[in-house]
Each structure stands twice: as C-alpha cells, then as structure tokens.
Design a protein. Sequence first.
Length: 255
Amino acid sequence: MNRQRLGAAIAIVTIGSGMWGWSGSLPSWAESLSDFQYFLISQECNGCDLQGSVLAGMSLAGVALERANLQDADLSDTVLSNGVLRAADLTSANLQRASLTRTDLTQAILQNSQLSESSLAYADLSEANLQGADLTGAIAHEALFIEATLADANLTDISLVEANLGRADLTNATLQGANLSYAYLTQSNLSNTDLTATNFTGARLIRAQLDGADLTDAVLRDARIGRATFANTIFCRTTMPDGSQNDQDCSESSL
C-alpha cells in the first residue's frame, strides 16, 4: 500500500470513530504522512529519511528499509532479523545488542556504527562499509562479509565461526580474542591488524595478506595459508598450522 492510500485508510478509520468532524474531505495529514509515521505504520519505507530516529527496543523483524537514511539512528536492542536494509546508510547508528540474524545488509554503510554484542548470524554484509565500526563481542556465525570494508574496525572477541570474509579489507582492525575458526578469508587483507589471541583453527587464509599483523598467542592450527604473505608479521607463542609453536619474535621476558 502506498503512502497516500495508507494515510487515507487511517483517516477514514479515525473519522468513523467520531474523532473528526467529517466535512466530506480527508484531513490534510492523510496525504502527508512523514517518513517516520509511514514507517511505524507499515514497517516498510524503502529510501526513507529516518536520520536520528529512535527505534530502540522495537520488534521490526522482516522490515524493508532498502536505501533508507538511518544515520545516527538509535536501534539498540531492536529486532531487525530477516530484514532488508540493502544499501541503507547507518553511519554512526547505534545497533548495540540488535538482532540482525539473516538480515540483508549488502552494500550498507555502517561507518563508525555501534554493533557491540549484536547478533549477525547468517546476515549478508557483502560489500558493506564498516570502517571504524565497533563489533566487540558480536555473534556473526556463517555471516557473509565478502569484499566488505572493515578497516580500523574493533572486532575484539567477535565470533566469526565459518563466516565468509573473502577479499574483505581488515587493515588496521583489532581482532583480539576473536574466533575465526573455519572462517573463509581467502584474499582478505589483514595487514597491520591486531590478531592477538585470535583463533584461526581450520580457517582458509589462502593468498591473504597478514603483513605487519600481530599474531601473538594466535592459533592457526590446521589453517590453510598457501601463498599468504607474512612480511614483518609478529609471531610469539603462535600455534602454527602443524601444531608447532612459533616464538621467533618473543622477547626473553615473554617466554
């Protein structure tokens, strides 16, 4: 239902309930619902301007917000599972503890957004821009980050088990304590990334760039690292694919 028809339907119901003195014409607001009003009623507002909206704690499963402007919006604790936010602009939005399970976020803009402790399991963030975003403690099992930008992002303690980060840009990101077991990282860029205590068990790092990364206490057991690059990478108490420990960059005090 388009916006004008929806507004007219609401107006007719309102008039019929005796809240308006009907003179034979619809009230002017029936044809001029704001983006926010239209969205709250229909839970569908592709291309709408919802900048700065407060939607915290709402249940919006299956919502359609493709190309919507959600800059600085408060979506903390909001249920957005199975939604479509393709190419939506969520710059600096608050999505802490939000449920985004199976949500389509392809090509979405999430720069400097807050996604800590959010649920992103099975979500599609392919080609999304998450530069500078905070995903601390997020759950993103089997999520798609193919060709996504995660440069300078904070992914401390994130769980990316079996996630696909093929060709993703993770330069200068922080992944301390992250779980990337069995994740797919072929041709991803992890240059100058903090990978302290990161779990790469069984991960595919074929042709990945790990130049300048810190792999102190990281686990690469059974990982596939063919043609990956490790120029100036720090190895200290690092478990290698064959189970051996690499201490080449440890100081005597750290052993």
